[in-house]
Design a protein around this ligand. Sequence first.
Ligand SMILES: NC(=O)c1ccc[n+]([C@@H]2O[C@H](COP(=O)([O-])OP(=O)(O)OC[C@H]3O[C@@H](n4cnc5c(N)ncnc54)[C@H](OP(=O)(O)O)[C@@H]3O)[C@@H](O)[C@H]2O)c1
Length: 258
Amino acid sequence: MNNMFDLTGKVAVVTGASSGLGRDAALCYADYGADVALLARRKEKLDEVAREITAKGRKAIPIVCDVTDEHSVEKAVAEVVEHFLKIDILLNNAGVAIMGTVDQLSEADWDTSMEVNVKGMYLMSKFVLPHMRKQRYGKIVNLASINAVVADKGYELARHAYNTSKAAVRGLTMGMAATYMEENITVNSIGPGLFESEMTIDSLFKHEDFIKLYNQLTPASRHGRKGELNGTIIYLSSDASTYVTSQHIIVDGGFTSV
Ligand SMILES: NC(=O)c1ccc[n+]([C@@H]2O[C@H](COP(=O)([O-])OP(=O)(O)OC[C@H]3O[C@@H](n4cnc5c(N)ncnc54)[C@H](OP(=O)(O)O)[C@@H]3O)[C@@H](O)[C@H]2O)c1
């Protein structure tokens, strides 16, 4: 039987592959047969992920890349293509979540939020797309957040720059999807709910009251478990979703539906 989720022979590029959801996704891509280019700033962490992928019998290349820097992105994408000769999948996952309201955030923190979370996706897509267009095949998956559509009440957990940047990811996804589908390139986004990661462990998870409330308000009565985002990532990255583009799939145990 033809397995439409199989990624054997595909090349995936994952940004923010050094930790959290990006690291998990990179390992899962390898489990589904893909070779993976791992991009982030921390080389030692990327090396660890690369070793794990190699141990699974797949190829991995760790590449130091700052997604906010055009030269760094251009160089990284060129290195991927030199190494693997093509790119089939781009997981735009690198992100930062700087806490603060508009009257607390410094201009620098605002700019960093937009540069990593939005400009990073634009730059990665800009340099990857010519390779996808040439082969008339590509799957782009952008990590947004439920925080594109819901915010946290009050001051303590407010992340106004994050809300703004993640809402922008939806706009970018829609625009790109409408343009590139005729070249057989799908562009979709994912809105995760709450998952443990470097981003959330020292901020959201240390607020016990918040976690209790989140669990109470979530139909699943819990936050997301390690690996629970991967099914959606593989679906949107594989031939199981050839006619699916411009969609936003929320993976939050029902949090935003009640
Ligand atoms: N965890 C959640 O609950 C949750 C919920 C909704 C959405 N998300 C989204 O999921 C994505 C992954 O987040 P996570 O939770 O896995 O957090 P994480 O563990 O902090 O991962 C963020 C990744 O982004 C990379 N990164 C940050 N700035 C970068 C830059 N300038 N250039 C290249 N890479 C950069 C980091 O690597 P280096 O530091 O090594 O560069 C790291 O690998 C983010 O887009 C986040 O907004 C997460």
